[in-house]
Design a protein around this ligand. Structure first.
Ligand code: FES
Ligand code: FES
Length: 156
């Protein structure tokens, strides 16, 4: 069946079964491989994208549930004001180790700061708790989120 989905500002016609996870469509059909497969069961956060600005796990999101909602992926998050601040903070703090989890981390952090520009430590921990990092970059992630929050504040 054909579905029209809006990804990063462009509408794509996708021929797939309705229960196909969005993650497969992004990676295998549209060739957007920045979004990663980790567990396939909403347990690791590697596949996080935004649906109308809200962080979701694309591995458990069937394509037929998306409708007209707008999907944003790691490929274009840097074009948003908050995403650009988050990516700069990630570089400044040298957050990344192997990198596998980091698209998902950045997407969760960007969704958090877009909805809550001044998060407390516990709000950061709650928002990021579903994003697993096997390299243990958690402390640098938290510092980078704080730096990004501060730079958003200065801009405001
Ligand atoms: S691959 Fe989706 S949460 Fe792990
Ligand atoms: S940087 Fe390696 S899994 Fe997070």
């Amino acid at each position: 069946m054909a579905f029209a989905i809006k990804v990063n500002g462009n509408t794509h016609s996708v021929d797939a079964d309705g229960d196909t996870p969005l993650l497969w469509v992004l990676r295998d059909v549209l060739g957007m491989t920045g979004t990663k497969f980790g567990c396939g069961m909403a347990l690791c956060g590697a596949c996080t994208v935004h649906l109308d600005g809200v962080a979701i796990r694309s591995c458990i999101t069937p394509i037929d549930s998306i409708g007209t909602s707008a999907i944003t992926t790691i490929e274009t998050i840097g074009a948003t004001a908050v995403g650009a601040k988050v990516q700069k903070a990630w570089l400044d703090r040298e957050v990344v180790q192997c990198g596998y989890c980091q698209s998902g981390q950045i997407m969760s952090a960007s969704a958090l700061l877009a909805s809550k520009p001044h998060p407390t430590d516990s709000e950061i921990d709650a928002a990021m708790s579903g994003n697993i990092c096997r390299c243990g970059t958690y402390l640098r992630i938290r510092e980078a989120i704080k730096q990004a929050a501060k730079s958003i504040e200065q801009r405001d």
